[in-house]
Design a protein around this ligand. Structure first.
Ligand SMILES: Nc1ncnc2c1ncn2[C@@H]1O[C@H](COP(=O)(O)OP(=O)(O)OP(=O)(O)O)[C@@H](O)[C@H]1O
Length: 462
């Protein structure tokens, strides 16, 4: 079905929808996937359509005009309603999401406030979202926002920051009165930090740093249940959504804080600097292993991409619980755990393929297999090989290198055997002391355009 609209220049545009796209014809034809349609409305004889433009640049596009006499109010309203139904409910998304918007003015290059005003807010408003906007004023503010969040008031939380603020909000939600229900609130990262690994995992390499695509995901993404991990150390429990690093990998984050101005390059610099030392990390590591066959893990990834499961809701009883899931493993439990014997350059564990654009660390990570992925870089590798592997790191191909042991695990435990060293959890500094990590199946939720992590990964032979 089509309608016509007379633009401000007097020219008529014809608008029609077919299957999963909208066609706009005025001389040439523009095809807009329905997923990119944000809103359409009529006020008296004025008409307005808004959608996300995705050609050379990405951004909000608005088409305004007057309805010609042949298009009655009734016809226009019916056309608009069908279009919006196809562009929202037809895609499993409800209209006018109620978004809690958390902006870190201090993250990355400190441009989040301007980016929100210029690029993100107009997209939210075009989609008629209800916005509750908070600017974080101090470290820990986002934790408090998560802790005190009223769970019935929002459909999702849009986070303009880097991974650090996501970590804070998740830990706040974990201390909400109803933690399981709170952590089931879908999060939508909008990348304005230095480390934006989560955004890359959700939107993919090409779109991972595009704030407009991220804003569209906040409006149109579908809830994707994800596993979260508990890191326990000295009786304190922290939620980790992305990574735990020790050895050379921890030096990347921790030793380079003063180099924030370098942006993502700071991590490559940290890697090279660590490489010069190339010292094994003195660690005792125990793993509650599930799988370590690289071929099998690769195959499981292919299967999962073919069949993304529908999002499930936690059981009602869990939603009302005032506790996080009980930890399954205690520190003295050693039965069925594998002890890592080889000396290691680093241990890197977590969820989600990318930690940054330069490094797809966990290429076979699945959002919801209830397992965390562990990379153990053995010392059975030369500096030259490690450097060469760096160039394969953005595509995750290091996975296939024989010096890399890769394990999927329910849990793992690390005891440092030296007093000096570094531990980073989701990029934040932690004490270099014994800790244990276990994965909790589907405890968290991110909005996603795909229903799986957007990270293409292939076989490779070394
Ligand atoms: N107003 C503020 N002033 C100072 N720090 C803040 C403010 N708001 C939030 N923070 C802190 O900024 C830290 C970094 O946040 P974020 O992840 O957004 O940025 P980032 O540049 O990617 O940092 P990182 O690389 O450490 O992840 C968070 O740990 C948070 O506690």
């Amino acid at each position: 079905m089509s309608i016509r609209v007379r633009g401000p220049n007097g020219k008529l545009s014809s608008l029609s929808y077919q299957n999963d796209s909208l066609q706009i014809t005025n001389g040439s034809t523009t095809t807009v996937p329905l997923r990119q349609v944000l809103g359409a409305k009529r006020a008296s004889r004025s008409f307005e359509l808004s959608y996300l433009r995705r050609n050379k640049t990405t951004g909000l596009e608005t088409l305004t005009g007057i309805l010609p006499d042949e298009v009655t109010d009734h016809v226009a309203d019916a056309w608009i309603e069908t279009l919006l139904h196809m562009a929202y409910e037809g895609m499993g998304v409800s209209r006018q999401r109620r978004l809690k918007v958390v902006i870190n003015p201090h993250g990355g290059t400190k441009k989040a406030v301007g980016i929100f005003k210029k690029s993100v807010e107009p997209i939210f408003l075009a989609a008629e979202c209800t916005l509750d906007i908070v600017h974080t004023t101090r470290p820990g503010h986002a934790y408090d926002i998560g802790k005190d969040l009223s769970l019935t008031d929002y459909d999702a939380i849009a986070i303009l920051s880097g991974d650090g603020l996501v970590h804070e909000i998740l830990n706040g939600l974990a201390h909400n009165l109803h933690p399981i229900k709170a952590l089931a609130t879908p999060l939508a990262p909008i990348p304005t930090g230095t480390g934006n690994g989560l955004s890359l995992n959700i939107l993919g390499f090409d779109d991972g740093f595009d704030v407009c695509v991220a804003a569209l995901n906040a409006v149109k993404g579908l809830p994707m249940k994800v596993d979260l991990c508990s890191v326990t150390q000295n009786g304190k429990r922290t939620i980790s959504f992305m990574s735990q690093a020790m050895g050379l990998m921890a030096d990347l984050d921790i030793g380079t804080e003063h180099l924030r101005w370098m942006g993502e390059a700071r991590f490559s610099y940290g890697f090279l600097r660590g490489l010069i030392k190339m010292k094994p990390s003195p660690l005792r590591i125990l793993i509650k292993e599930y799988e370590s066959d690289k071929e099998k893990m690769f195959e499981a990834l292919q299967q999962r991409k073919k069949n993304p499961p529908a999002a499930t809701k936690p059981a009602d009883a869990d939603l009302e619980s005032t506790q996080l899931p009980t930890l399954k493993y205690t520190l003295d439990d050693e039965e069925g755990w594998t002890v890592v014997q080889e000396p290691l350059l680093y241990l890197f564990a977590g969820k989600g393929p990318y930690v940054g654009r330069d490094y797809m660390s966990f290429p076979v990570s699945l959002p919801d297999d209830g397992l965390l992925d562990i990379v153990l870089q053995t010392t059975n590798v030369s500096r030259v090989e490690l450097l060469r592997n760096q160039s394969a790191a953005p595509k995750g191909l290091v996975y296939w290198h024989p010096s890399v042991r890769y394990v999927k695990a329910h849990a793992y435990r690390v005891k440092p055997l030296a007093s000096k060293g570094a531990l980073a959890v989701d990029g934040e500094i932690f004490p270099f002391e014994e800790f244990q990590v276990e994965a909790h199946s589907k405890l968290g939720c991110f909005l996603s355009p795909f229903g799986y992590y957007a990270a293409p990964f292939e076989r490779h032979t070394y």
